[in-house]
Every structure is written in C-alpha cells, then in structure tokens.
Design a protein. Structure first.
Length: 230
C-alpha cells in the first residue's frame, strides 16, 4: 500500500473517532451539533478504530526490517561454491542476520563465509568492522601485491556504470584474506587462502566464482557509510 494511502486511512480514522466523540454530546456546550444516537456513534467509532489501526499497521510493516532466513541466503550462494564446499549454518551469525560457513578438508579456498543482512547499512557496518578499510592504503585487490599492501575499493558488474559493492583485501600472516559486499542482496562475503602457490587462482576465484548470482541491471541502494563515498 502506498504511503499516502496509509496516511489517508489514519486521518480518516481519527476524524471518525472525533465525530463519534462529538456525537456523544461531550462537547454540546461548545458546539451546536446535536447529540447523535448510540448506534451511529458506535459505527463511526468502530470504523475509526479499524481505519486508524489499518493505517498504523501499514506504516509499521512498511518500515520494519525483516530479517533474512538461511533459505534466502542459500539462494544467493553460487552453485559452484555449494557443489565444491560444504556450506553449513555458521556457529555465530551477525545481529539480525544469517551466515553460512563453507569449507571442505583440503578444498579450495581454505574458508568462505557468506552473511546476509536485513538492510544495506547494517551490512556495511558489519563489513567495515571486519575489514577495517580505513587502515588499508591500496586502492585495488587485483594482484598478490595488492593483498600484501592491504587495499580497498569498489567494484561494478555489467557495464561498469553501477557500483555493486566494496572490497578489502590484506594478508593475515601468510594467509590472503578478502572481504567484500554485495549491495544487491545486503551480503558480506569473506574468504581466505593460505597456500601462496594458489594466490593467483584465489584472486580469480573471488572475482568469478564467489559472486552471488542475481540481476546486474538495476542499481542497488547505497549505504550511508562508504569508504570512497560511492
């Protein structure tokens, strides 16, 4: 229901309740409106309550944040990832979100973590807390050197005109770590690989295999906090 319709319902509901109150004779000393019979007053009061409640419910449900489910998240985990790795519910999920841990003994990469959030800002807040992009001096995550330097940036899909998410990469000891967002689905994806001989393959896997499947022709919402203001 459009916002304007919800507001109209609330206004009409309030007016009907006022009419029912006036018709009860409570304000006859101030107004010349005659006292209304009981039955019409009850009808007006009931209609007023129903319209007011309906409008308020519409406003509340329209602004409430609906937490995603594991099924919602699984629908956006790439088929190649699910077939190659064992994806199970994470032991710890972010607040109001859901998460999957994907790994297999001896598999590639070492670990993958998919998380989904109810809105773009809670997603971005979680990513910033995990990636700490303000401490990363580099501006891209395309090579092993970028990981060793510590880098951050944004990325696009399709015709490159729409920003899809933010990415951060670094080294945790001898392990290459990447954490990126997907604004289309309010998702954070984190992965790591400890074998230096696989670093190039890992970077390619992040770019081409780990990406959540979905439409690329619509602009997703932009979070209020972005490293580069995009």
């Amino acid at each position: 229901m459009p916002l304007a319709a919800k507001i109209v319902l609330i206004v009409i509901g309030v007016l009907l309740l006022i009419l029912a109150l006036i018709g009860s004779g409570i304000s006859r000393r101030l107004m010349t409106i005659p006292k209304m019979h009981r039955a019409p007053r009850i009808v007006l009061a009931v209609l007023g309550v129903l319209l007011l409640a309906g409008g308020m419910w519409g406003l509340w449900t329209g602004t409430a944040k609906h937490s995603p489910t594991l099924d919602d998240l699984r629908a956006h985990v790439p088929a190649d990832v699910k077939s190659a790795l064992n994806c199970t519910e994470a032991s710890e999920s972010p607040k109001n979100g859901v998460a999957l841990d994907c790994s297999t003994q001896g598999g590639f990469p070492d670990h993958v973590y998919y998380a989904m959030f109810p809105d773009v800002n809670s997603m971005q807040k979680y990513w910033i807390g995990k990636a700490n992009p303000s401490n990363l001096p580099g501006t891209q995550c395309n090579t092993t050197d970028d990981f060793e330097k510590g880098s951050k940036g944004t990325y696009s899909l399709g015709d490159q005109s729409i920003t899809i998410g933010d990415v951060a990469c670094s080294m945790d000891g001898n392990t290459a770590v990447v954490a990126y967002t997907d604004r289309r689905f309010n998702m954070v994806i984190m992965a790591d690989e400890s074998d230096p001989q696989k670093f190039s393959d890992f970077i390619n896997w992040v770019d081409k295999t780990s990406q959540p499947p979905g439409p690329t022709d619509t602009a997703p919402p932009t979070p209020s906090q972005t490293p580069g203001g995009s």
